[in-house]
Design a protein around this ligand. Structure first.
Ligand code: ZN
Length: 370
């Protein structure tokens, strides 16, 4: 199934492995760059170039595959430690700058996040060490070249991820250490400030060194750090709030109805979302965005069942909202059930008012205290 996160390719230890679309671009870039660098790598390796079989393009493809599996192993280091701490891991998405694991809430035990994050770079260093060992015992020039090239890259991946800038592993490890003395929210704020400083530095180095990749990385770190700080602030503001406090009642429509009737129902309810009544579980929803993708002329022929989608998560009306924050912040819809009945849906915009007023409340209290 294709979704916003990417394309699912496998499932290991109950975790979906998906590929983000940006990885396809990266793959081309890696193959091009690797094939351009190939002669230099052979020279630096000190191996006898005349004994190397295969062309630069074949080597660059082999290298790209090796890189792909290196990143996957790094990511699975995180997954295995997280699972051992009781964290549910839903998916690992391989994207342009490595991988991202979608995990449920990290346990608020001290150093939990430290353990989960530090293991990634350790895996990369482990791969580098293993390949380096193999390089020293193999008699084949080709195997030696492969080991030399990939061990260097794993070393770089390990070092890069140790940079203490959120959301990189080093930044997460740092936040976890700071959280022990400062508490979660303060630790995130400090880590975000450090990450922004580092991204400015990297961006300037990239700018003056004409290094486009470094500039992209800087922009990525900066915006991801911003997202982390927004996430942590929202989590704080939503503490103690339950689904029932913000659930929004919406219209319902049977899956056999046409898109035309769905549009009328949306108008009647003045809401961009409808709950679709299906025979099978889990229940689904229909969004105006999806409906608009159908040409107007076909509205009376297309059935709701053809355009409905699964909600990002289903929760009980008494569940704490905090756990659904990642889905809400990435634009998902939460379906809320009250025992067997559907109570309604929750979207990020339903939180806006609560967040605004809780923010206002904090400001008023602060002023009074000062
Ligand atoms: Zn990592």
């Amino acid at each position: 199934m294709t979704n916003l996160r990417g394309y699912k390719i496998a499932k290991i230890r109950g975790v979906d492995i998906t590929i983000h679309f940006s990885l396809i671009f990266l793959l081309f870039y890696v193959i091009l760059a690797a094939s351009a660098q190939f002669p230099l790598v052979v020279k630096q390796s000190g191996l006898d170039a005349s004994k190397v079989t295969g062309t630069a393009s074949i080597w660059s493809i082999i290298f790209a595959i090796g890189l792909f599996f290196s990143v996957l192993l790094h990511e699975f280091g995180h997954v295995i430690v997280a699972q051992s701490l009781g964290v549910k891991v839903k998916a690992v998405t391989l994207m342009m700058l490595g991988g991202v694991s979608s995990m449920e809430k990290m346990p608020e035990r001290p150093y939990a996040e430290f353990k989960v994050s530090i293991v990634g770079p350790l895996v990369s260093f482990g791969i580098a060490g293993f390949l380096f060992g193999l390089l020293n015992v193999t008699a084949s020039v080709d195997v030696a070249l492969f080991c030399y090239w990939l061990s260097r890259v794993n070393l770089v991946i390990g070092i890069f991820n140790l940079i203490p800038a959120l959301p990189l592993d080093g930044g997460r490890a740092l936040r976890s250490i700071l959280a022990v003395s400062k508490g979660g929210t303060k630790a995130t704020e400090t880590s975000v400030r450090i990450a922004k400083g580092i991204s400015w530095g990297l961006g300037l180095i990239g700018l003056f060194g004409f290094n486009l990749l470094l500039m992209l990385i800087a922009v990525f770190i900066y915006s991801a750090a911003n997202q982390e700080s927004l996430f942590s602030r929202n989590k704080d503001l939503l503490r103690g709030l339950r689904a029932r406090d913000v659930v929004r009642r919406v219209g319902q429509i049977p899956e056999r109805e046409t898109v035309e009737s769905a549009a009328e129902e949306m108008l009647r309810f003045k809401d961009r979302v409808l709950v679709v009544l299906t025979h099978s579980e889990p229940r689904t929803v229909l969004r105006l965005d999806f409906l608009k993708r159908i040409p107007r002329g076909q509205w009376s022929q297309v059935r709701v069942s053809e355009v409905m989608e699964k909600p990002s998560r289903t929760m009980n009306i008494n569940d704490l909202l905090e756990q659904a924050l990642p889905e809400l912040m990435s634009g998902g819809i939460i379906m809320v059930q009250d025992e067997e009945k559907i109570a309604g849906v929750i979207e990020y915009r339903d939180l806006a008012e609560v967040i605004d007023f809780r923010n206002l409340d904090t400001s008023v209290q602060q002023k009074k205290a000062a």
